[in-house]
Design a protein around this ligand. Structure first.
Ligand code: ZN
Length: 134
């Protein structure tokens, strides 16, 4: 049971072309692909940064969670994801400590990861994702 690294930093955005120009063309990061996560109503675009990624979240509709986020707050930092070993043990430990999670159990995210989110109100105002390779 350990946190291995920052898996990704996710940014909600409504202009993936502009993000690509900044991250790939100007900053020279490697674009490592897009993945549709239909269940969350989002298209994800990944840029490699060393061991981690910047993930651009592009909502598929205004009703999706990221669509609502954009409507309420505009583009910006959405969440920080930590890759862990022992996700299920972490979930138990978090629940025991009374930490608020966004779902009862881990769900399936992009890149074949099992993921769960810690509510910002339990994490100093930051949405934190814990993820583990499925
Ligand atoms: Zn994420």
């Amino acid at each position: 049971m350990k946190v291995k690294k920052i898996s990704h930093i996710a940014v909600a955005g409504d202009n993936p072309e502009q993000s690509r120009m900044l991250y790939e063309d100007i900053l020279g990061l490697k674009f490592s692909g897009s993945e549709l996560v239909e269940r969350e109503g989002v298209n994800t675009h990944f840029y490699r940064v060393g061991e981690s990624n910047i993930e651009i979240l592009e909502p598929l509709s205004l009703e999706s969670p990221v669509g609502k986020f954009l409507e309420k707050r505009g583009p910006g930092l959405h969440h920080i994801a930590l890759e862990v070993e022992g996700l299920d043990e972490y979930v138990l430990k978090l629940k025991e400590a009374g930490i608020v999670l966004l779902s009862e159990k881990p769900t399936k995210g992009a890149h074949d990861m099992r993921i769960i989110f810690i509510h910002p109100k339990s994490a100093g105002g930051v949405l934190i994702e814990l993820c583990e390779k499925a």
